[in-house]
Design a binder for this molecule. Structure first.
Ligand code: FE2
Ligand code: FE2
Length: 352
């Protein structure tokens, strides 16, 4: 997806390097501060019970099912699910069987990625981008056209209603247009799950926050992939919610947190692969580890996002800070990342 790199290469807001920023005192001495609770704390301030499980912090839960190739991911997930199946019965066992069937048949039950967005990608990636052709394409998708109008008319864009759709498209610019198109596509394909509205809202907000943070951290050549991978990094959790909804497992069933802990990285990789996004698939599958360069950025953004969620609720983010400090490779500091995470989360909160 080299087009993603080009599309995002003009990002002006680059992360500072570690020479210019000192590590925070909390990271240096984590024992002195009280810890934040475990579980999934929304960077915008919410707390999601279904996604909360165990004593480990969220960024240490879910590294299973990752592999360098798709078949390896599928095999790893199948092995893990076969073990889990022995511990459940009834609807919870049905959910595990539903996942096993999806892996066996290579059919996750997701709608195809919208054709308009795939075509838009092609237009934005072409050597000679034609704005009239782009607006003609946008016009064919009423949901996308409506959202482009809405964003182009928003206060953040000056508050003036554009005269034509082509003017609205031009006002957004290619990068913003792509982001709007992705949100519209995902709202239709992934972010609608009956009886799991709270979880979906949480995961959408968390994905957006991690995407923006990972993009900010990434070097220009990886910004597009970092944003895309960040947005979809927990899509495996959404897939689990979706299948649970289909088989009638309620959102407070204990099996959900277990499945999310065991499977969501690999499942997310398969979601991206099923939509023909191979590089995002690898980054998502490895977003709880260091193996993939983009996955590593997403991993740090994920930790910082959970830490910012705790900090904004007046809780100590000492565990997140310690985890970030332990992973620093000299590119940027823990305090710079946490500051940015809190700043973006506050912006999201005001926009909500
Ligand atoms: Fe995750
Ligand atoms: Fe996450």
């Amino acid at each position: 997806m080299s087009w993603l790199n080009d599309l995002f290469a003009d990002g002006e807001d680059q992360a500072p390097n570690s020479e210019s920023v000192q590590a925070s005192p909390a990271a240096a001495d984590p024992v002195q501060a009280p810890t934040e609770p475990t579980g999934s704390i929304h960077s915008g301030g919410g707390f999601c019970e279904t996604l909360h499980g165990g004593d480990l912090p969220p960024w240490e839960r879910g590294q299973n099912g990752a592999s360098a190739d798709i078949e390896g991911m599928r095999g790893g997930l199948q092995t893990g699910l076969a073990v889990l199946a022995k511990n459940y019965r009834g609807r919870e066992l049905e959910l595990i069987a539903r996942l096993q069937t999806a892996l066996d048949t290579n059919d996750l039950g997701l709608p195809p990625f919208p054709d308009t967005v795939i075509k838009l990608r092609g237009l934005l990636d072409s050597d000679r981008v034609d704005s009239a052709e782009i607006s003609k394409l946008v016009r064919t998708d009423p949901g996308l056209a409506e959202e482009v109008w809405r964003v182009a008319s928003s206060a953040a864009m000056g508050g003036q209603r554009p005269k034509t759709l082509q003017q609205a498209v031009g006002r957004l610019g290619h990068q913003q247009l792509w982001k709007v198109a992705m949100f519209v596509a995902l709202d239709e394909a992934l972010f609608q799950v009956t009886s799991f509205e709270e979880e979906v809202l949480f995961l959408r907000g968390h994905g957006t926050h991690v995407a923006d943070l990972a993009e900010w951290m990434a070097p220009n050549r990886l910004k597009g992939q970092a944003w895309m991978g960040g947005l979809l990094h927990d899509s495996g959790k959404l897939l689990i919610c979706r299948m649970a909804s289909e088989v009638g497992v309620p959102n407070n069933a204990p099996v959900l947190a277990t499945l999310m802990d065991h499977c969501h990285s690999g499942l997310g990789g398969l979601v991206a692969n099923s939509w023909n996004m191979p590089q995002a698939a690898s980054a998502i599958a490895f977003h709880h580890g260091e193996e993939d360069p983009v996955g590593r950025l997403i991993h740090r953004a994920d930790i910082a996002s959970h830490g910012a969620g705790a900090a904004l609720q007046g809780l100590d983010d000492v565990r997140a800070q310690a985890a970030l400090a332990a992973q620093e490779g000299g590119t940027f500091s823990t305090s710079a990342l946490m500051d940015k995470a809190i700043q973006l989360a506050e912006k999201d909160r005001q926009a909500a």
